[in-house]
Design a binder for this molecule. Structure first.
Ligand code: ZN
Length: 132
């Protein structure tokens, strides 16, 4: 069964730490060993894993993506959010995390982030837990 989280973002570009919410969903799954797939069914946001200790890392990531893919880059997409589509593709739309002893196997400094590139919006995060 697919599980779903609804995440409200509050800025156009924002990394939202959703690790605690993913853990909360996993807790109700009674999955002892396997894989958690965390996925966003959107074209202008992504999912990534990165440092959750120093908040400056989030700012560095979003700033660096902004330099790589500026908002006004002379794109052809008529909707005006081409940079968001490109950033979403760079970041990717899912991560897979190993589950062992009913817990996400994340490094000490790792968190799971929804990467918003065209907010603020309400976003869906889908999760599939695979026994194995
Ligand atoms: Zn678009």
């Amino acid at each position: 069964m697919i599980k779903r989280l609804e995440i409200k973002t509050t800025a156009r570009i924002q990394l939202v730490d959703i690790t605690a919410q993913v853990r909360g969903v996993l807790r109700n799954e009674h999955l002892t060993s396997g894989v958690a797939v965390v996925y966003v069914p959107h074209t202008t946001c992504g999912i990534t894993i990165n440092e959750n200790a120093d908040p400056a890392v989030k700012e560095d990531i979003t700033a660096a993506l902004g330099r790589l893919v500026p908002e006004d880059g002379g794109y052809r997409h008529a909707e005006g959010n081409a940079d968001a589509h490109i950033k979403a593709s760079l970041v990717g739309s899912s991560v897979s995390v190993i589950v062992e002893s009913s817990s996400l196997v994340l490094g000490t400094w790792q968190g799971i982030y929804l990467a918003e590139f065209d907010g603020p919006r309400k976003r869906s995060v889908l999760m599939k837990f695979i026994q194995g």
